[in-house]
Design a protein around this ligand. Structure first.
Ligand SMILES: Nc1nc2c(c(=O)[nH]1)N[C@H]1C(S)=C(S)[C@@H](COP(=O)(O)OP(=O)(O)OC[C@H]3O[C@@H](n4cnc5c(=O)[nH]c(N)nc54)[C@H](O)[C@@H]3O)O[C@H]1N2
Ligand SMILES: Nc1nc2c(c(=O)[nH]1)N[C@H]1C(S)=C(S)[C@@H](COP(=O)(O)OP(=O)(O)OC[C@H]3O[C@@H](n4cnc5c(=O)[nH]c(N)nc54)[C@H](O)[C@@H]3O)O[C@H]1N2
Ligand SMILES: [Mo]
Length: 769
């Protein structure tokens, strides 16, 4: 049922709610599929508990006190995926060459389970062969020493703990670069750049209990039912209080419509469900700038009218005067922008936009929740800033129930930035590290993801170390990237499962180093270890793994990073990799000393139930911006897509299914969208299908329309009728990444613009001719 059968998929609208029995069935199916033993199922009850482990799926905060089962369908899948009984052993690699494996799907590659032994690619036999850990470290150290440190990249995928991440950035900087891109560069970097400039902090200001105090939520471009399902509990309780949830999303996403709580016996028994969105607006891809302009215009003009007649003000003038800068030019721009332009760019009617504005104008405390639908556009940073503009108009930052709430992706992606995994000097504690360790940290800006890709393609990047992830599959410009990758001197992949990145070897040497997952017991010289992660709301949690490791030959991520460091760096009396690996509490002491602002008394604070909050100045209305105030931004336009419409050109939205975690494909069942057995679909509305002369079920090819003369194609996609706005189509990530031009990314933040990719549809005959 969740098997792949592209030629005979089952596609029919899903009529159930998010959650409910479908969610429990889905969990029940994945456990046997992954051969997870019954004793391991018990681990699920420890998920997201204070003495348990932090879920390895998304970064949504954990409720305290927790539910009996503080996990969701997706979290259970992620746990099962990590604790699988299946193994990808050295024998597997004796049987399969890399050439053969390159013909496999992403799903098949990960399906053989956990990696068990350190491996090195042998070009003679085109196979991975085992290598002792110490030999691997020594060879990696020697290769890195032989190149200019500026030509090496240290990527992190967002899952590794604060302890490992701190060591990782120290390793890169002591070696001589800050080429430290992480998955955040493909994700919420638009948030980090936009919020920092607007309100002085690079993260959201809201916390879990704000859901209890808000009286409206603006929900932009985040697919809660699939990507952060535990938030449905907070949304459900907020809805039970009668608050309004106004959603903007081109696709009708089930989790944003209706939810049945699988942990509520009465709802489960009676088929009861909660309507999540009270208004659902299917905005055009990239149309949010226009929507938000419309809302702001409505508010400002209503306020102008009220003031002219001595009525009640609509804007919070006290807040604007005391706390913000740049209001006047912003308001003028909103007044001057015409409704015709707004309606055309948003793809929504004026009454629809005004109905949202009216709710916002009355609400006393409003949360602005958002995800990739805002950040992954050419104007992704402007999208984020425009949402802040809206919040500032009514003082909706720094009071209970109000503020921006970016929903982060990987479970520790925000935390990795907090402890210095960043290519930007101003965000890393360089002076503190210099003083403590006595070395000169590089100050030159490092490479972000887009710049690292450029370097791989043009040959200036020679070595690539990856702390998790599937970089080659996650980034745009697949074809050039794979070609460039094959020319590298060195590829080091620290991973739990085999993926596409691992089977594209470097010309020099390729190492595949298998690590412990977070759910597994991490025993070091000093005994069993605890690690920490930071969630989307800046709360830091301990996580203790207990499950038996997938193989005796695994090492912890911390130990692997330290192993590379010891082989590469000259001894330094202040940096004791060996002792730190033996006892992670010592690493936390280092973090506390170097970043006291957030981590003072780090070890002691791990005992705080529910985790500890690292604090957030903007939430106290202290604005760490150059003006000392929160900044309004005048948007430069109304369309976030960054390209004009043209005959035959579509805006392709790349999305995740309910059966995947990023490039990891758990199965072929996107339950909420009613698509089973295939991921090779292109979702399109009925009128567009007819206008293009296509039929539902027809197989087509998508072709990039980036206007740079390059041919980029993905073939074999099934036209599937779906509710999306005119001119917008949707298809799955990562299958469609070969269509995205590297230079099609967000201005300022460099996040690849994966939510509005210019493409054309060509039929099989046309491609062949
Ligand atoms: N199960 C599961 N959980 C995950 C992940 C996973 O793959 N699987 N990935 C994790 C990661 S790393 C991340 S970053 C998050 C991602 O979580 P999300 O932020 O939800 O990201 P996407 O799935 O890419 O979906 C974005 C949503 O934006 C909508 N959208 C697209 N374009 C636009 C637009 O122009 N405007 C508006 N308003 N909406 C738009 C899409 O229809 C979709 O509903 O989830 C994390 N959690
Ligand atoms: N077209 C398009 N492209 C996108 C996106 C999109 O929406 N559309 N989204 C972007 C986003 S938001 C993100 S975050 C990136 C994701 O990019 P990445 O973070 O690079 O990719 P993942 O798929 O999360 O990485 C999966 C791999 O991580 C490894 N892994 C899993 N657990 C562990 C662990 O505990 N330790 C270690 N060391 N390795 C582990 C496994 O080998 C697994 O195969 O993709 C981006 N790319
Ligand atoms: Mo992400």
């Amino acid at each position: 049922m969740s098997e792949q059968r592209d030629d005979k998929p089952e596609i029919k609208p899903f009529t159930g709610p998010a959650g409910g029995w479908g969610s429990l069935r889905s969990v029940a199916e994945i456990l046997p599929r992954e051969r997870v033993s019954p004793t391991i199922v018990a681990e699920l009850t420890r998920q997201n508990k204070h003495d348990g482990f932090a879920c390895v799926s998304c970064a949504w905060p954990k409720q305290y006190p927790p539910h009996t089962a503080e996990f969701c369908e997706e979290g259970a899948k992620a746990t099962a995926w990590e604790l699988t009984g299946l193994r990808t052993t050295p024998a597997f690699f004796r049987e399969h060459s890399l050439t053969e494996l390159r013909g496999w799907t992403d799903y098949q590659l990960e399906q053989h389970g956990r990696l068990t032994d350190p491996l090195k690619y042998d070009p003679e036999t085109d196979r991975y062969v085992t290598i002792p850990w110490e030999t691997a470290f020594a060879e990696i150290g020697a290769r890195l020493k032989a190149i200019d440190p500026k030509a090496a990249v240290f990527y992190a995928s967002g899952r590794a703990s604060l302890e490992t991440s701190y060591l990782y950035q120290l390793l890169a900087r002591m070696y001589g670069n800050q080429n430290l891109p992480d998955s955040s560069n493909m994700c919420h970097e638009s948030t980090s750049v936009g919020l920092k400039a607007a309100i002085g902090v690079p993260v959201g200001t809201t916390r879990l209990d704000d859901f209890e105090h808000c009286d409206a939520i603006l929900f932009f471009g985040q697919n809660v039912g699939t990507n952060s399902p535990r938030m449905l509990h907070q949304l459900r309780s907020a809805r039970k209080r009668g608050i309004e949830v106004i959603t903007f999303n081109p696709l009708r996403e089930r989790g944003l419509e209706r939810f049945t709580d699988p942990q509520n016996p009465i709802e489960m028994a009676t088929g009861g469900e909660t309507v999540i969105s009270t208004q659902y607006h299917q905005v055009r891809a990239g149309g949010d700038l226009a929507v938000m302009t419309g809302i702001a215009k409505h508010l400002i003009e209503a306020d102008d009218a009220a003031l002219a007649t001595n009525g009640e003000a609509v804007l919070d003038h006290g807040f604007i005067a005391k706390h913000t800068h740049g209001f006047a030019p912003f308001a003028d721009k909103m007044r001057a922008t015409g409704w015709d332009e707004i309606v055309a760019a948003a793809g929504l009617t004026r009454p629809a936009i005004e109905s949202a504005a009216k709710v916002y104008a009355k609400a006393k405390a409003v949360l602005g929740i958002y995800g990739m639908g805002l950040t992954q556009h050419v104007k992704g940073v402007e999208n984020v800033r425009m949402l802040v503009n809206l919040l500032l108009l009514r003082g909706n930052i720094g009071r209970p129930g109000a503020g921006p709430c970016p929903v982060r992706g990987h479970s520790n992606v925000q935390g990795q930035r907090t402890v210095g995994i960043t290519e930007k000097s101003e965000l890393a504690p360089l002076d503190e590290m210099k003083a403590r360790y006595g070395f000169e940290p590089p100050r030159e800006k490092g490479l972000d993801t887009v710049e690292a890709c450029r370097g791989v393609i043009d040959g200036s990047v020679k070595a690539f170390v990856a702390l998790g992830g599937n970089f080659l599959r996650a980034v745009p410009e697949t074809e050039d990237m794979e070609r460039g990758w094959a020319e590298l001197d060195l590829s080091v992949q620290i991973a739990t499962k085999l993926n596409r990145n691992h089977i594209v070897p470097a010309r020099g040497a390729t190492y595949l180093l298998p690590c412990l997952g977070r759910i597994e017991l991490d025993r070091q010289a000093g005994g069993p270890q605890t690690v920490t992660v930071e969630d989307s709301t800046s709360v830091i949690h301990p996580s203790r793994g207990r499950a038996t490791p997938a193989s005796e030959n695994l090492r912890s991520e911390t130990a692997i990073v330290a192993g590379i460091a010891q082989a590469l760096l000259p001894p330094n009396p202040n940096v004791n990799w060996q002792a730190w690996t033996g006892d992670y509490a010592l690493i936390r002491d280092e973090i506390a000393a170097v970043i006291p602002k957030f981590f003072k008394d780090f070890n002691a604070r791990l005992a705080e139930p529910g985790g500890f909050w690292k604090g957030n100045k903007a939430s106290e209305r202290v604005w760490e911006t150059p003006s000392g105030k929160a900044e309004f931004l005048v948007p430069t336009g109304l369309d976030a897509a960054g390209f004009a419409d043209a005959e035959g050109r579509y805006r392709l939205i790349t999305v995740r299914s309910n059966d995947q975690f990023n490039t990891t494909v758990y199965g072929y069942d996107d339950r909420f969208r009613g698509i089973k057995g295939t991921r090779m679909v292109v979702l399109m509305n009925r009128a567009d299908i007819a206008r293009a002369g296509l039929t539902d079920g027809q197989i087509v090819t998508l072709e990039s329309d980036a206007g740079d003369g390059r041919t980029r194609r993905v073939a074999g996609l099934r036209v599937t009728t779906y509710s999306v706005p005119d001119g917008c189509i949707a298809a799955y990530y990562p299958e469609c990444n070969p269509l995205i031009a590297l230079e099609h990314h967000a201005e300022e933040s460099h996040v690849p613009a994966a939510k509005s990719v210019p493409v054309r549809i060509v039929t099989a005959q046309a491609v062949g001719s």
